[in-house]
Design a protein around this ligand. Sequence first.
Ligand code: ZN
Ligand code: ZN
Ligand code: ZN
Ligand code: ZN
Ligand code: ZN
Length: 740
Amino acid sequence: MTKGSANQKKKKTKMKSSSYTPTSTLLPGSSSSQSSRKETMHSMKLKHIGGRFAVTHKVLKSEVNLSTISNSSERISQPMGWEEIADTNGWDPGYVESFLEKDALPPTTDPELSEQTKGKGDRVIHEWTKDVEAYLRTLIIMEGRGSGNTDRDTCQTCGSNDPQRPNTYRCLDCHNLGMVCKDCMVSVHQHHPLHRIQKVWNGNYFSKTSLKTIGLRIQLGLRPGEFCPFPTPTWNDDFVILDLDAVHEVGLDYCGCAWEKKGQVTQLLERQLYPATVTNPKTAATFRLLEVLELLQYESKITTFEFFQTISRLTNNTGLNAPKDRYPSLLRMIHEWRYLKLLKRSGRGHDCTRPVSQTLPGECALLCPACPHPNINLPDGWEDEPPETQYIHGLNLALDCNFRLKRKNVSNDKADPGLNKGCAYIVEDIAFRKFLEGHANEVEPKSTCSRHDAVNLADIRPGQGYAASGVGMVECARHNSKRPNAVCDIQKGERYCNMDYIVVMSLLFNFLKFFLISYDIACQWYIRLMERLIGISQGCVLLNPETVVRFVVPKFHLPAHIPACRDRFAFMLTPGAGLGDGEAPERGWGESNPLGPSTREMGPGSRRDTLDGHFGDYNWRKIVKLGSSLLKKMTTATSDVAEHVIAHQELEVSLQSEQVASWQEAVEAWEKDPSKPNPYEMVVKTPTQAAIRKQLAEEEAKALEEGKDFSLTDEVSPSSLIASGIDLESEQYVFSLHPL
Ligand SMILES: [Zn+2]
Ligand SMILES: [Zn+2]
Ligand SMILES: [Zn+2]
Ligand SMILES: [Zn+2]
Ligand SMILES: [Zn+2]
């Protein structure tokens, strides 16, 4: 016997199996007179199959007949006292025991590893389907008193079986508290006042009740174990706390003696309860609810209304006795919460020199850590970088507009001015609107390139009833991060003045020397750009004579431009552009478009703040993954560079060296000064097919005159034969792309 087979044998003898053989074929509740009837019964067995354990089932012969079914229906219709129901809820104990698999060996492989092989599906869920009955049964048992509650009349906490203090309460959130009396329920929940509790109301069923109903009061303003001699109830004693799993009506008292020291709001905040109003609050949300809601909105774009509906239905899902509607309060609280978190994360709570009202434009935006920031991540002397390598410390920007993030003309800036006020990604609104007033009647020049909708439809207003037709944005093109102070509403189409404004605002406090600006209509927009920028801010870094600015068109958009643009604004032909594509904003739109339907209904300030929150989270997720994503790109670049250099050298060797030298000279001159002749521009005119045919026909006519005839037949000349062949080939090609 080999060593391997010996091990196998050892394993086999060690293995135990859990199996059940029915002692009777009775269904629970069947009378003994029915014992002769046979019912369907599953026998389970734990088997060792292919190196792992699996539960196998064997279905015994079924002889269920109609009379059996009617008998079991009778059983259900009869009322059943607690005494009649055994711990196993009426099932044969041996049968229930078999599900517990007490003697099952621990699995030899990770039980959660589920190899999803194509066509075979998920192994784990296949296994689970065999146990559906057991799962379902346990869920139903748990709806009742549960199977572990052996002593039904005794409180599981104090041990009392006094009939005056029946153990009729249970908590849905305490872990394994069991059935307890009312007094224990109150005392156990002094530190868990937001648990959901139930009461047995007719001996068989549980109904919802609340800790407030059975006398629990939440005392604010004091340390644990302290009691206030002057507890002050909340306004009308009608306080509601919104938590993740319910809308709780609670009994809540402020500390009356601490009144002078701590107000209602502070007393609530210190218990991690966020009040809905500053004076006499009657609603609060738990901090954990606000934390979850904020992140959930960033992840799933769920609206506050949908979230409130969820907790409201968790409280009562019957449509009867709906909990109090505190949706408007929650809407206000999450708005304030996001703003507070924004300030906190930006360090605004630790600045004793400037109050929150003096927050600088874009100060709370998350900066892209991979972009160049003087005094943060640039080496000393970066300013002295020679022109050829200046792009190393350059900033690549990408501009674009989005017409899905519209806003309907509801509310107004006076009623809903918002909280952020330009401190993050969206520009400050009052200054922006003032700027727009000066450009209200500006007419955009028509495109000299292709018919770009972005240019030609710039003056077209959005549909009726809209206050904003979308947003314009400046992003960092290399790492897809939103720039601070770089998003604005657009009122008509993609007007230059809007884009000019956000470019200037996004470069406030910036003094880099090289900029690569990518925009799908860069070929039009860059014309007279510097003149327009002077009108916005003479201090804009792009106006600095030492600043180098190159314009490019994103790779996906470039083929729609005329040939001259395709050479002049190509990423691949622009030094320092690297392998970027300029399509960063498009990726961002994919992320924010689902916000369109909800944000278009918002007032101006709420919408700005909501979008700001989402843009900030987008940046944060970029930052978190930046390390691994840059490492991956760097690994690819460093491993592929040798291959590309060799390929380039081989190509050069195969060409005439004088020609290569002259090309090199022309390219370098153009790269230094784009106004020099562009060496990539096609100078040879491509003849049309018709012109070639004409030329061939003329040559044939001349040959015929000279008595030379190369035709195969009298009807088809050589040139028309070749032309038919080419046509046939192209038709074959088209057919191969779109087969019938
Ligand atoms: Zn008790
Ligand atoms: Zn509890
Ligand atoms: Zn007090
Ligand atoms: Zn960046
Ligand atoms: Zn163009």
